[in-house]
Design a protein around this ligand. Structure first.
Ligand SMILES: *Cc1c(COP(=O)(O)O)cnc(C)c1O
Length: 359
């Protein structure tokens, strides 16, 4: 049987708009390598986000790796959150750094700044924090700690596209912010991602890294191939135009869920105005209750997702055991309900009536 409702559904622009942008691409036969669609997308992102440098990449995971590389982080400890998608952790390990977990705040689900300070050692070089579900981290506290201890700050802002504060995207925080443009995200290019920075020298390093470490065709530093193709950039240019509409529809569906699920706990958003309605997470009393609700939903072909489970400090490929009781507890009890630009009132009602019978 065909699944009825998934945790999300990708936005797709009208086909003709996509094909019309690709027309130029067929004319000039440039499919990748800094083509006009890619440079156009980067310029549009700079202007929409009020960013100085938007550097598109092939995905959000390699964007984090690029940030770590550009900041020269190696053989060091990176303090990070245990409550994220596993890609945040993968990037640290792939870059041969040691992840040190600082537990999260039980209300906001973002890394707890006080716990960061407790984890600092002489080997700490950076903080890699995540604006979980688009909930802005305590960026001021994190900046104070980073300054005091001479640490770099990277934000994995994969959930924060369309989050603005004081008129500019939250991608401006940290030395570098990264984003994912994966098909499941609020803004997407099917596969894709980007780094954002206000620092010219870092921007140059990030651009070099995504293209084999070349500088004017000569190898200068170690790099990889993390380029975004013209086809992906074209999809991004089409989708960007619809972002206002996408955010409005997600906000409306979120308000319906909120009204219909009064008994369930949700994350506390530190700044209501920065929300981009990227996910609809709910926190159950217990894992048993979560599993009971999930089984009932699945019975009606409704497929929520356990974002994020398990807590990253418990994955089997870490060298040493680290405890993060808050994250471990939340990870067992949190579930993301179906939310997309197409979510209808009837769908929200179908989901919430099943849940409300169980909680
Ligand atoms: C989606 C996601 C990523 C990975 O992005 P990809 O584009 O899929 O590689 C990284 N971090 C977080 C928090 C994410 O949600």
């Amino acid at each position: 049987m065909k699944p009825r409702l998934q945790v999300t559904k990708s936005f797709l622009p009208p086909k003709e708009e996509f094909f019309s942008l690709l027309g130029a691409c067929w004319e000039n036969a440039q499919l990748t390598n800094n083509g006009p669609l890619l440079t156009g997308l980067e310029a549009s992102l700079n202007s929409y986000l009020k960013a100085k440098h938007s550097i598109c990449m092939s995905n959000g995971t390699v964007a984090i790796e690029a940030a770590i590389e550009a900041l020269g982080l190696k053989d060091c400890e990176i303090i990070t959150t245990p409550f994220s998608f596993v890609a945040t952790l993968d990037a640290i390990i792939l870059k041969k750094c040691t992840p040190v977990f600082a537990d999260i705040d039980p209300q906001t689900l973002c890394i707890d700044p006080q716990k960061i300070e407790e984890k600092i050692t002489p080997r700490s070089k950076a903080i890699l924090a995540v604006h979980v579900f688009g909930n802005l981290c305590d960026v001021e506290a994190i900046e104070r700690i980073a300054k005091k201890h001479s640490l770099f700050v990277i934000y994995d802002a994969a959930h924060s596209f369309g989050s603005f504060r004081d008129g500019a995207s939250v991608f401006r925080y940290g030395d570098i912010s990264t984003c994912s443009f994966h098909a499941t995200k609020v803004f997407h290019t099917a596969e894709g991602g980007a780094c954002f920075t206000g620092d010219d020298a870092l921007a140059k390093k990030l651009r070099g890294y995504r293209s084999f470490g070349l500088n004017e065709n000569m190898p200068e530093a170690v790099g990889t191939n993390a380029k975004m193709s013209e086809l992906h950039a074209a999809l991004g240019l089409c989708n960007l135009k619809y972002l206002g509409d996408i955010l409005n529809k997600r906000r409306a569906a979120t308000a319906l869920y909120d009204a219909q699920l009064p008994r369930l706990k949700k994350p506390l958003y530190r700044h209501e105005e920065v929300r981009n309605y990227a996910y609809y997470p709910v926190i159950f009393k217990s894992e048993e209750q979560l599993l009971d609700v999930t089984a009932a939903l699945n019975g009606e072909e409704i497929y929520p997702r356990r974002y994020f489970y398990p807590s990253l400090n418990t994955v089997p490929f870490l060298d040493k055991k680290q405890n993060c009781p808050v994250s471990e507890d939340i990870a067992r009890r949190i579930l993301c309900l179906p939310l997309s630009v197409e979510t209808t009132e009837a769908e929200v009602h179908a989901v919430t009536s099943i849940i409300n019978k169980k909680v």
